[in-house]
Ligand binder design. Structure first.
Ligand code: FES
Length: 163
């Protein structure tokens, strides 16, 4: 959380946010590129960016907030080094995602929206990854993995942790 940051860390974050706004604000439809750049750089989209973005793009803070919270891709809180998402939509549920999520939660020792104690993995639910034919699916980082079992998830998480 921003409240936990030192003054210097807050200044560094504000500086990064300003740089991403300056770089993208003149593009058509600049809001999404700015939000992507901030998340790619900082790891999440802090509320502290809403005001400077709204000023630069002549939007209301509510409009910026609305876009950030509409897209599940954007993290509104700090996340671990790796984000693991388990699909909870219909096709994956029909193919056993409930059992999968129970086992993955137990293996990681966390629930949804939590991060492992070592800061390595944040677990999030997601609703359809567009890969229904290979259900059940998970997404780790930017990669989708189909026909998952708890053992397969453990293997890809272990591989990610090793990087
Ligand atoms: S329902 Fe899970 S990928 Fe579509």
């Amino acid at each position: 959380m921003v409240a936990d940051l030192t003054t210097q860390e807050k200044l560094d974050m504000a500086s990064k946010i300003d740089a991403h706004i300056a770089k993208h604000q003149h593009m058509p439809g600049a809001l999404l590129p700015i939000l992507h750049a901030i998340q790619d750089d900082i790891g999440w989209v802090p509320e502290a960016c809403y005001l400077p973005i709204s000023k630069a793009l002549a939007l209301s803070i509510a409009e910026v907030h609305g876009v950030v919270t509409f897209y599940h891709h954007f993290h509104t809180h700090p996340v671990g080094k790796h984000v693991l998402q388990i699909c909870r939509a219909e096709s994956c549920q029909a193919m056993g995602s409930e059992k999968l999520e129970t086992n993955v939660k137990a293996a990681l020792g966390i629930d949804y929206h939590e991060t492992t104690q070592d800061g390595a993995v944040t677990l999030l639910p997601v609703y359809c990854l567009g890969n229904c034919a290979c259900s059940p699916n998970v997404m780790l980082g930017d990669d989708v993995y189909g026909r998952m079992t708890a053992d397969k998830v453990a293997a890809i998480v272990a591989e990610a942790r090793a990087t």
